[in-house]
Design a protein around this ligand. Sequence first.
Ligand SMILES: *Cc1c(COP(=O)(O)O)cnc(C)c1O
Length: 361
Amino acid sequence: MTSPEPSPRLRAALDTVPAYVPGKPAAAPAGVTAYKLSSNENPYPPLDSVRVVLDKTLDVVNRYPDMASVDLIAAIAAFVGCDPANIAVGTGSVGILGQIVQATCEPGDEVVFAWRSFEAYPIVAALAGARSVMVPVDADQRHQLDRMADAITDRTRVVIVCSPNNPTGTVVHRAELEAFLARVPREVLVVLDEAYGEFVRDPDAPDTIDVWRRHGNVTVLRTFSKAYGLAGLRVGYAVAHEPVAAALRKCAVPFGVNTLAQVAAIASLEARDELMTRVAALVAERERVQAGLAAAGWALAPSEANFVWFPLGGHSADFAAACEAAGLMVRRYGDDGVRVTIGETDANSRFLEVCRAFGPR
Ligand SMILES: *Cc1c(COP(=O)(O)O)cnc(C)c1O
């Protein structure tokens, strides 16, 4: 029997959707522990308090989740210090980003963001038929907010500011962000993606909730995937002004945030102090790695996130291969550079050895 000729017509916009490249799973030569430093995950296992609620919740996975995530939204609103009407949750902040583009962009509209930045941005834009306008980061690996403001046209619906920026690790500062916001038309939504906000120690970084309160076109995106260590459960949220939050809820996949994700996120907010102690340990490891790199002669942009960026150009493939030969899976971005997640202490120490042996470039 021959298979039939596939005939349904698919949206032409899908031909422009770049493929998402997932981080490589850990693999190592025999006798060496492999470490996955390729997806900016939290190396710590779930907290006991989170395990307990997950275990209890297994009894009810035959039921649909609370579609409105009432308890989770109440817990997030109490934590942020806003009204529950200002919170929208989604299947990770990537899920919310999709809702944002769906809620704002008609085909041909534009989404402005820095490049390199998060690889999901051009994907969610293309899925909505929107055009990605990518503004290069500068030589210091920072957003060029003035050039991003220049790039806004009457087709621009969304500007995404990723701070700390994935994969370059740099933050935008309070004063430059305010100057930028003063130039953005009121009807353009500015998304502050702070997936790594808990790792920031730079005193000039903005208080994003304060920025949100003072600007009617700003939305803050946060996730439970990184500092909170729940990447596998898929839950994130937006802090948004009411009409925007309501629009995001309309664009949500019904029952998308599942019951396990809801209870684990609530338990994680309750255990925030314990989790922030882990974050502080990861920040200390980041500082140890950066000091070790500087001592070995590497001149890199300081990272405010849980990863370090190596803009190695044509050396990227060799550097990634050297890491992988040592059992360290890292994330290579073509010939732009390599991003390495701060992981277990042993992994970080081994990584430093690889960098010393490779030599600064
Ligand atoms: C990891 C990451 C996210 C979070 O993704 P989730 O879908 O919440 O897991 C969002 N933005 C950036 C820049 C990231 O690196």
